[in-house]
Design a protein around this ligand. Structure first.
Ligand code: ADP
Length: 598
């Protein structure tokens, strides 16, 4: 099983020169100028959005026999919101549950998901999700992923969430795995390329996608489109259009989650469901928007308000916990845990490193630091330890209390709810076909992931988004390929993928000034020169220009340090063992470059 190290590398691919577009391509003349317009391209399947669902769909289509598939991604990197998911993938019944003696079933999974979604969910989609979930875990593991630890999460009756074996966040593991597979299969990814419009013929069947890339605007002619553009959680205007009560809320979403797919689908007559169902995540740091995974509560943490008192069963569904926090003083609460919980969950280390967790040797010390009444907090903690020992929480009915929270050190993280997941979206059937407003499939249009509505109903359970991405991404890929086979068959690739050097993905938001900067640092063999590219406020690329370091050692340092800098968006990262001086040189050079970007 592949271990995911601290360094998360995403091997991305870019497209080389257009080759062999054949008779379908045309060179257009821009009227009134002599500049030729950008050449059109063609493919059998265009997948819009290279997040979890899109990459899964593209891979599955190729695994089914598709040859001419292209991924279109508007951002400079793949991964979308998927890379930010921290929990895992809900699945039942799996061999890992059986190994751990957990009794689960498709029925129970369906029941929990319907209950969690307030029965607003489309039950046929929920059933499809549950029925294909065990195979989804195996699929991710088969393509090089690591989902083998089963844990408890809010809204599930039993341990059902499948996570990486080192208990790290699922998103980076999943996206790295998908990136690697996309590269291995030679699927071209057009980065920095925004889909603007889905083109249809007189019968409403899909014929192409209008995109704008670095070279300009052009059409990719195609037989099938998989819409995998994710949600609209980062589009405050759209969020408040559908749910005015969320005006002014922060978001946990990446910048690209602007609902483009919603707009494109609406234009060609797609039906929508549950657009007003927008989930807030209950535990987001209000200062830097870091989302504390639900696993922190699932693994034993409690929530206390600014008076030092518990106020809710911490394992309640997200909507219930979010609402309860908003009712507390300043609409905020503290996520509180002890050393034992910290040691159980690797994700906590990143919060501590990020400086958003307060720690103390005693409960009173912690209370003082966070400005909470020490006597109240002590009483709360003693009471909770008693409940944990007796296995019953008469105050709030929390069923699973992993630890008594009595082991020093003690930790607290401030949290409040933020817009997290948009549960509504385009209407699909169990084949991932997009349905029009009359309920009929739009020929050639498929969708999977957060762009779709109906799977989660009125509340998405933790672990069901990743399940949704993989399960409906796979179905969308298979359905698109089947459609292509019924409509002329698969053709040879017309867009070539070209390997690009490894790039890492930012995990945290930064706020540098956009531009390209250079810097110099002192390595072991002399000066190391770097070029740093900042886009949308984040360092997206570090290129090492000149150096006199020892071959082998240098590459190790480059891979480790550059990846970490991009992932964390800071230069104070660990040096690579055995390559300390080179690492320090690279760090210093990037730090110097970034001075100009502040
Ligand atoms: P999901 O979880 O459903 O896969 P993600 O947010 O992970 O959703 O991925 C959606 C991806 O789609 C993101 O990488 C986003 O940048 C991309 N995307 C959104 N709109 C467009 C668009 N108009 N053209 C191309 N890519 C897009």
């Amino acid at each position: 099983m592949k271990k995911i190290s601290a360094l998360i590398l995403a091997l991305l691919m870019v497209v080389g020169p257009i080759t062999g577009c054949g008779t379908e391509s045309a060179v257009n003349e821009t009227p009134g100028t002599s500049t030729p317009a950008v050449q059109d391209k063609s493919a059998d399947i265009v997948v819009i959005g290279a997040g979890g669902a899109g990459m899964t769909a593209a891979i599955q289509a190729v695994q089914d026999g598709a040859k001419n598939v292209v991924l279109v991604e508007k951002m400079p990197i793949t991964g979308g919101n998927s890379v930010r998911s921290t929990g895992g993938l809900n699945a039942a019944p799996t061999k890992y549950q059986e190994r751990d003696g957990i009794k689960d079933s498709i029925e129970l999974f369906v029941e929990d998901t319907m209950k969690g979604g307030h029965n607003l969910n489309d039950e046929s989609l929920v059933r499809t999700l549950a029925e294909n979930s065990a195979a989804a875990v195996d699929w991710v593991n088969d393509i090089g992923g690591d989902l083998s630890v089963v844990g408890m999460f809010g809204g599930a009756s039993v341990k059902r969430i499948h996570r990486p074996s080192d208990t790290s966040a699922v998103g980076p593991m999943l996206v790295t795995t998908l990136n690697n597979k996309v590269e291995e299969l030679g699927i071209p990814v057009l980065l920095n390329t925004k889909a603007e419009e889905i083109l249809v013929d007189a019968n409403g069947a899909v014929t192409g996608v209008k995109v704008t890339g670095e070279e300009g605007t052009y059409t990719i002619k195609t037989k099938a489109v998989v819409l995998a553009t994710g949600g609209f959680g980062a589009n405050a205007e759209m969020v408040t259009k559908y749910k005015p009560a969320l005006a002014g809320f922060a978001t946990t979403n990446h910048k690209g989650a602007t609902g483009d797919g919603i707009v494109m689908a609406e234009k060609i007559g797609a039906g929508f469901v549950d657009m007003e169902q927008i989930q807030t995540h209950p535990t987001v740091n209000p200062t830097d928007q870091t989302m504390y995974t639900e696993g922190v509560r699932g693994n034993g943490a409690i929530l206390v308000n600014k008076e030092g008192k518990r106020f809710i069963n911490e394992l309640e569904t997200r909507d219930v916990v979010s609402e309860a926090i908003l009712k507390q003083t300043e609409g905020q609460a503290y996520l509180l845990f002890d050393q034992e919980v910290r040691e159980r969950l690797k994700a906590i280390e990143s919060y501590i490193k990020g400086g958003i967790i307060v720690e103390a040797d005693t409960i009173e010390g912690l209370a003082e630091q966070i400005g909470v009444d020490p006597a109240n907090l002590k009483e709360t903690m003693e009471k909770y330890a008693g409940y944990q020992a007796s296995g019953s929480d008469p105050d709030f009915g929390r069923a699973s209390m992993e630890f008594p929270l009595t082991q020093s050190k003690y930790y607290a993280g401030l949290c409040a709810p933020a817009v997290h997941h948009t549960m509504g979206g385009v209407k699909i059937n169990t084949e991932a076909q997009v349905l029009n407003t009359d309920g009929n499939p739009i020929p050639g249009l498929f969708a999977g992931g957060e762009i779709t509505g109906g799977v989660h109903g009125g509340n998405r359970l933790g672990g069901n988004a990743v399940a949704d991405i993989v399960i409906f991404g796979r179905i969308a890929g298979s359905s698109a390929h089947a459609y292509v086979m019924e409509n002329g068959g698969t053709t040879e690739p017309t867009i070539q993928a070209a390997a690009k050097p490894a790039e890492a993905k930012p995990e945290v938001e930064a706020n540098y000034k956009d531009g390209t900067y250079t810097g110099v640092g002192q390595g072991k063999g002399g000066e190391i020169k770097v070029e740093v590219v900042v886009k949308d406020g984040e360092v997206i690329k570090v290129t090492l220009k000149d150096h006199a370091e020892t071959p082998g050692i240098f590459e190790n340092a480059e891979e480790g340090v550059v990846g970490e800098i991009i992932r964390k968006q800071i230069t104070e990262v660990d040096a690579v063992g055995g390559a300390t001086m080179t690492s320090e040189g690279i760090k210093a050079a990037v730090a110097q470059a970034l001075e100009a970007a502040k």
